[in-house]
Design a protein around this ligand. Structure first.
Ligand code: FES
Length: 299
C-alpha cells in the first residue's frame, strides 16, 4: 500500500510552497533539504524559485471558514448527509475525485477538526454535501451542529492513487465501497460523468440502501450491485478492469488482494492537521522513510 509513494498532493498547486519548506521538510524539493537541483525529480514549476519569488514566504495556508448548513438529511440515527453552502469556486474544486475537507462544529475548538470526503459538489448551486457517520466525539459533535459549521479545504488526497482515475481517457473502473466509503465513490462518478464505464459493489453494512441510492442519484453507472465485500485474492476477478477503487477500512484494504498497479485506496490514515505538520498521519514505508500521508501522493 505504501509502495509507489511519490511527490506531494499540494505540489504545484496554489497551496505550494507550503509551510514545510521553511522547516526543510518539503517532500519534493531537494533544495529545501540542503541538496542540489540535480537531486530533484519534480517535473513541475520549480518550487524553490516560487518560494524566492514569493519573498521567501510560504503561500497562505487554508483557513477555516464559516458555512451555513442548508440541509441535514438523516438516514440512520448515527448517519446524516450535510448540505453546506460554499463559494462556487470552492464547490468546483471539491468536485475533483479524492477531494476532502476538515470540518468541526462552530463552537468547538480547532482540535475537533476531522477530515471528511466530499460526497457531492454542485457548483451551479454553490453547495457541497458530506456524509457524516457518528464514530467518535468529533463526528458526534459535528452531527449535532444545526446552523453553521467551520470548514477548511479543499484537500485533494482523499484517494491514494487518484491519478489513475483522473489521467487518460475512458476506462473501465470497478469500485468496492463499504459503508460511508460510497461517498468519495459518488463524487468520482459525478466527475467522470459518462466518460468511464463504472461498476460498483456496495456493501451496505452500517448504512442502508436509501443512503446509497441518494448518494449515487444522477450518476451514470454500468452496474450497481449490493453485496458483502469478500476478502481474498481478486487479482483474476478484476482482470477486466483498468482501475479498481476500494473505499473501505484497512482490514479490507489489506485483505482484498488487488493488482497494485490498478488499485486506488481511500486514504484511511489518521489525519489531524492535513498540512504535514502534526505528524498524526506519519507512516514508515518499506524503504525506511517516513511519509506524511496527508500530503503524500501515490502513483
Ligand atoms: S495530518 Fe498532520 S501531518 Fe498529516
Amino acid at each position: 500500500m505504501l509502495d509507489g509513494i511519490r511527490s506531494c498532493a499540494d505540489a504545484g498547486s496554489v497551496n505550494c510552497p507550503c509551510v514545510l519548506v521553511s522547516c526543510g521538510r518539503c517532500p519534493v524539493c531537494s533544495r529545501f533539504a540542503g541538496k542540489s537541483c540535480n537531486d530533484c525529480s519534480w517535473q513541475g514549476i520549480c518550487i524553490y524559485n516560487e518560494f524566492l519569488q514569493n519573498g521567501a514566504a510560504a503561500e497562505i495556508q487554508r483557513k477555516s471558514r464559516l458555512c451555513s448548513i442548508q440541509k441535514k438529511i438523516w438516514y440512520e440515527e448515527d448517519l446524516a448527509v450535510m448540505r453546506l453552502e460554499v463559494p462556487r469556486g470552492f464547490a468546483e474544486k471539491a468536485s475533483m475525485p479524492g477531494s476532502c475537507v476538515f470540518v468541526r462544529a462552530e463552537e468547538d475548538p480547532e482540535y475537533f477538526d476531522m477530515p471528511v470526503s466530499v460526497m457531492r459538489a454542485d457548483y451551479e448551486n454553490s453547495v457541497i454535501e458530506l456524509a457524516v457517520k457518528d464514530c467518535g466525539p468529533k463526528s458526534r459533535k459535528l452531527l449535532e451542529a444545526d446552523r453553521n459549521i467551520l470548514l477548511r479545504g479543499i484537500y485533494s488526497n482523499g484517494l491514494l492513487g487518484v491519478d489513475k482515475l483522473i489521467s487518460g481517457g475512458r476506462k473501465s473502473v470497478l469500485c468496492l465501497a463499504k459503508g460511508v466509503g460510497i461517498a468519495p465513490v459518488s463524487n468520482y462518478c459525478r466527475w467522470a460523468g459518462r466518460r468511464d464505464e463504472i461498476e460498483i459493489v456496495a456493501d451496505i453494512d452500517k448504512v442502508n440502501r436509501f443512503f446509497v441510492e441518494d448518494c449515487l442519484d444522477g450518476c451514470c453507472l454500468k452496474k450497481l450491485r449490493y453485496d458483502k465485500l469478500q476478502i481474498g485474492d481478486m487479482m483474476g476477478a478484476t482482470s477486466d478492469y483498468e482501475v479498481i477503487v476500494i473505499c473501505a477500512s484497512d482490514f479490507y484494504q489489506q485483505n482484498i488482494m488487488l493488482p497494485p498497479e490498478k488499485a486506488v485506496y481511500s486514504n484511511n490514515f489518521t489525519m489531524c492537521c492535513g498540512e504535514g505538520i502534526c505528524g498524526a498521519c506519519v507512516c514508515t514505508g518499506e524503504d525506511g522513510e517516513e511519509h506524511r500521508m496527508c500530503k503524500c501522493r501515490k502513483k
